[in-house]
Design a protein around this ligand. Structure first.
Ligand code: NAD
Length: 282
């Protein structure tokens, strides 16, 4: 029988662990979030990050900007947050307004406060299989989900679809570090079906609704759906044709309720880990 992977339950476990670890602390972990775009989805994500901080008793501060914000203003703010000992994690919600230079902003964040793990130093550490100060939240959440369900990754044939710096590439790197055999597919890949048909595990992160059909999936494969697309009706769907693929897969994540909750749980975990790092006694 197909197992529907319960991302909400797994995320709750991570959150409750954090609650135990942090409830008696004198000082609480603290997250600063910068929102400089007018993308409605970003507003929803930022609001849920704020809610989760509140629920855990973490401090959170959201800096919201309209499109008159200048690159220099953001640079100044990042410097201030880097210097502020009361801020443990800095998150820049992407994308930024088109006139802003995202990469310059990400590279200015102190890597020890880079809660999203996007700074080149953290990306480089991940690539070298050294311990980054923080690992990108969605990829980290995917690995945690697989481990929670005791899915063995060693030697498994895994295809990751999507090569973004925030999901696809770091997911492929983490899986490689876990000794899986990884293929990274993308929009220019020829004959995706030929690749997915041979995969023990498929992880799709494209944002193309129902890209992964049942005839692209090997019997009893494990299917992780990262994609989120909004249909005209307002309903959120993933990259996977869930209703049909679930009859072929052995494990599958739903959308919503799969990878999404793990992303926020891992963000809270990263905030706590950076807090610990910055409060270590010499
Ligand atoms: P992106 O647009 O930066 O990257 C999409 C990738 O998909 C690209 O590398 C592209 O080459 C690939 N792609 C597009 N069409 C393809 C096709 N037909 N075949 C193969 N590859 C194709 O997006 P992203 O930021 O990596 O996010 C991907 C999806 O995951 C989006 O739907 C996003 O909303 C979602 N997402 C979800 C979470 C979560 O917590 N669940 C977190 C981050 C992103």
């Amino acid at each position: 029988m197909t197992v529907i992977i319960d991302g909400k339950a797994c995320a709750k476990k991570v959150i409750e662990e954090l609650r135990k670890k942090t409830k008696n602390l004198d000082k609480k972990p603290s997250l600063a979030v910068i929102l400089a775009n007018n993308d409605p989805s970003s507003r929803i994500y930022v609001a849920s990050k704020e809610r989760q901080c509140l629920d855990l008793g973490f401090n959170s501060c959201v800096y919201r900007f309209d499109e008159n914000i200048k690159q220099q203003d953001l640079i100044k703010l990042i410097h201030e947050l880097n210097e502020n000992d009361d801020v443990n994690g800095i998150l820049v919600q992407l994308p930024l307004y088109k006139h802003l230079n995202e990469q310059e902003i990400i590279e200015l964040i102190n890597p020890k406060k880079d809660v999203d793990g996007f700074h080149p130093i953290n990306v480089g550490k991940l690539n070298c299989n050294l311990e980054p100060w923080a690992i990108c939240c969605t990829p980290k959440g995917i690995i945690k989900l697989l481990k929670e369900y005791n899915i063995n990754l060693v030697g498994k044939n895994v295809v990751v679809i999507g090569r973004s710096n925030i999901v696809g590439k770091p997911t492929a790197t983490l899986l490689t570090n876990e000794n899986a055999t990884v293929t990274l597919a993308h929009s220019k890949t020829k004959d995706l079906k030929e690749i997915t048909k041979n995969a023990d595990i498929i992880i799709s992160a494209t944002g193309k609704a129902k890209l992964i059909k049942a005839n692209m999936v090997k019997k009893d494969a494990i299917v992780i759906d990262v994609g989120i697309s909004k249909q005209i009706s307002g309903k959120l769907v993933g990259d996977v044709d869930f209703e049909n693929v679930k009859n072929v897969a052995s494990y599958i994540t739903p959308v919503p309720g799969g990878v999404g909750p793990m992303t926020i749980a891992c963000l809270m975990e990263n905030t706590y880990e950076l807090f610990k790092l910055q409060n270590q006694k010499a």
